[in-house]
Write a protein that binds this ligand. Structure first.
Ligand code: C2E
Ligand code: MG
Ligand code: MG
Length: 642
């Protein structure tokens, strides 16, 4: 196939040479009086024209293009046969002219025939058979004619013989030339193949480099675990989306209690939760939403459309409502979600995420499952919280905290039973701060351990003091769940009691209903059992406002419940039945029941009638320092009078 272009390239020049030689011979023969030579020239001209027409006609269909090798062979054969026909014409001419008496005609004809045969060595080098045949047809008849009929001239016969020898030499030279040409064609072909291989390898390398670059680019902008965008990916997409104008919403999702899942069930469970949340987000959110992982358990969603917020909110709530099941175990997965609006709450991504993060923190404090929108007052609130968190340590060092004590008395007799220690903080610049505000901040900033230990120490110290002065009352200390799960909590309690020489039975620890949350079950039960074993009275504070279950009340070593003051304030309303229920439960489980926030004698009388054991509230005594043993029990005299 590679030979085909060479054949085509040589074809027209060789035709032209052939025709020119024909004209030259014809002219020389005609000048010697050979008239029929014009017929011969006419035949050659016709044959040449015919060959040109065939050549041009087949020229448009190069076989390398249509892929047909047979077609190429056919065309090469046609070209070769055309040459042979031409050679036959020359042989006839040679046969006739070489016997002509005029030596000029004989010699010129011999020279032209020899020249053409010599030319065939190169031009027909590609034709293995046609080449030698062409040379032979061109030369042999003429040589034989010269030798046999050479007018008896020895020179002519010798020229004929030399012509034959020359023919053999030319055939051998043709063969050598052909081999050389074939080798160079093969080399060329191999070169082309090699080039193709090099190009191919180059292409493969280029593809690999391109693929690798794409992978690296993807890795640089995506999170490996979830497949979501990472910080960089989010920032890049945000910059693109917000180019020129910024409109839409930024959602910040902070998974609740994620650390607990990791700590209790292992990182595999944590990974499962992150992957599952990511997959649900991708499926549920609109296609133009950009979802990314901002940090460990924090996810960010960018919604470019301005009018979809309500739908997104409900999708997010539904997403977490569906159960998360890990190896058959249903996990408690929820998120605190904050939303910031662009451009109202900011135009830069960091700024918007900070706003949405603040709103998410607010959602976490409120325990909201519904996304909360950012409000500028949140920033001020956060600043205050950060300031308070920063000042707790120095507040302890500089004795800014103190304890107020509020009496708890027997409902029927009015006898003093205990004082509840309530922490107070005289902040140098923010003024008097409520424990409702700073206790949660101390919990969040991991300072509740230090603060709680300080309260316990001062409360036990005060109780030991009033015991020495003859007041037989216990001290009730509030205790947050975070303190209870501290590994050294039991030890702290023991050493504090020992330091002040206070018997454990004089210490009450008030815990909220959050100790009953299923997630903290085993560990909490263990701690509470140990405290109970020491002899400490455990009370459930703010009873009725949080998570309570009868089974937990039965299984946990609780000795007292304190009904939240919101129910006491509403004793004439629906809360009455809640109080009645609580009294029933307390009787059933043999628990002491205390009413908090008793403010009026009427409330006290009603509570007494319902069977409450003890009262605490402004009616009996406000929280003061030092503790006041003189208490106010007007309902008793009223009952006696009644
Ligand atoms: P609590 O343990 O339920 O404490 C009772 C709260 O009710 C106290 O508020 C007390 O001043 C208030 N109170 C008592 N009687 C009445 C009444 O008749 N009417 C009204 N309206 N309120 C009354 P306080 O001192 O602001 O404490 C609030 C909460 O802060 C406490 O609720 C307790 O949960 C927490 N807390 C206080 N001190 C500590 C502490 O040392 N450690 C921990 N972890 N929490 C503390
Ligand atoms: Mg309390
Ligand atoms: Mg309470």
């Amino acid at each position: 196939m590679a030979l085909f272009p060479i054949v085509r390239r040589n074809y027209l020049p060789s035709l032209f040479v052939n025709f020119a030689a024909s004209v030259a011979v014809s002219l020389s023969a005609a000048s010697a009086g050979v008239a029929w030579v014009w017929w011969w020239l006419g035949f050659v001209t016709l044959a040449s024209l015919l060959r040109i027409i065939v050549h041009v006609w087949t020229g448009g269909r190069a076989p390398s293009e249509d892929g047909s090798e047979a077609e190429a062979r056919r065309q090469i054969l046609i070209a070769g046969l055309g040459m042979l026909v031409g050679a036959a014409g020359w042989a006839v001419l040679g046969w006739l002219l070489l016997a002509f008496p005029d030596p000029l005609v004989r010699y010129s004809t011999s020279i032209i025939l020899a020249g053409m045969a010599a030319g065939a060595i190169g031009v027909l080098a590609l034709f293995a058979l046609i080449g030698p045949l062409y040379i032979s047809i061109l030369m042999v008849p003429g040589c034989v004619r010269l030798m046999a009929f050479g007018q008896g001239e020895a020179v002519t016969a010798v020229i004929g013989l030399v012509g034959l020898i020359f023919t053999v030499v030319m055939i051998v030279a043709h063969r050598g030339n052909r081999l050389l040409l074939m080798q160079s064609v093969q080399l060329g072909q191999r070169n082309t193949e090699l080039m193709a291989q090099v190009l191919d390898a180059n292409q493969t390398l280029e593809n690999k480099v391109r693929e690798r670059t794409e992978t690296l680019k993807h890795q640089a902008s995506h999170d490996l675990l979830t497949g979501l965008l990472n910080r960089r990916g989010l920032s890049d997409l945000f910059s693109l989306a917000a180019e020129g104008h910024c409109q839409g919403y930024v959602y910040f999702l902070d998974l609740n209690r994620f650390k607990r899942i990791n700590d209790t069930l292992g990182h595999e469970a944590g990974d499962y939760v992150l992957r599952e949340v990511a997959a649900r987000l991708v499926v549920r959110l609109p296609p133009d939403a950009m979802v990314g992982r901002w940090g460990g358990d924090e996810l960010v969603i960018l919604i470019p459309a301005a009018n979809e917020a309500d739908r997104i909110d409900s999708q997010l709530v539904a997403l977490f409502a569906a159960p998360f099941v890990f190896y058959g175990q249903t996990l408690d997965v929820s998120a605190s979600i904050g939303v910031a609006r662009c451009p109202e709450n900011g135009t830069g991504l960091e700024e918007l995420i900070r706003a949405a993060d603040l709103a998410a923190a607010q959602a976490k404090r409120q325990g909201s499952v519904v996304p909360i929108c950012y409000d500028p007052s949140l920033a001020a609130a956060l600043e205050r919280r950060e300031r308070i968190a920063d000042d707790i340590r120095s507040g302890l060092d500089e004795h800014q905290f103190w304890l107020a004590f509020q009496p708890i008395v027997g409902a029927a007799t009015g006898e003093l039973r205990a004082f509840e220690a309530l922490i107070r903080w005289a902040h140098p610049t923010l003024g008097h701060l409520s424990p409702d505000e700073f206790i949660s901040i101390a919990e969040e900033s991991n300072q509740i351990g230090a603060l709680g230990a300080w309260v316990l120490d001062r409360a036990c110290e005060a109780a030991a003091l009033w015991h020495r002065s003859g007041i037989r009352a216990a001290v009730a200390v509030n205790c947050s769940v975070r303190q209870l799960v501290q590994p050294d909590f039991i030890e702290i309690v023991r050493t504090t009691l020992a330091r002040h020489g206070l018997a454990a039975s004089w210490l009450h620890l008030e815990v909220t209903e959050s100790v009953f949350m299923p997630a903290s079950d085993a560990q909490m039960l263990e701690v509470l059992n140990q405290l109970d074993a020491i002899g400490i009275c455990l009370a459930v504070d703010d009873f009725g406002t949080g998570y309570s279950s009868l089974a937990r009340l039965r299984d946990f070593p609780i000795r007292q419940i304190k009904i939240d003051r919101s129910f006491i304030a509403d004793i004439d309303g629906k809360s009455r039945s809640v109080i009645e229920g609580a009294v029933l439960i307390a009787r059933r489980f043999d628990l002491q029941i205390v009413a908090e926030g008793v403010e009026t004698p009427k409330q006290a009388q009603a509570l007494l009638a319902l069977g409450i054991d003890a009262f605490q509230g402004y009616l009996i005594g406000r929280p003061v320092e030092p503790p006041q043993p003189v208490v106010n029990c007007p309902w008793i005299s009223m009952a006696k009078a009644g």
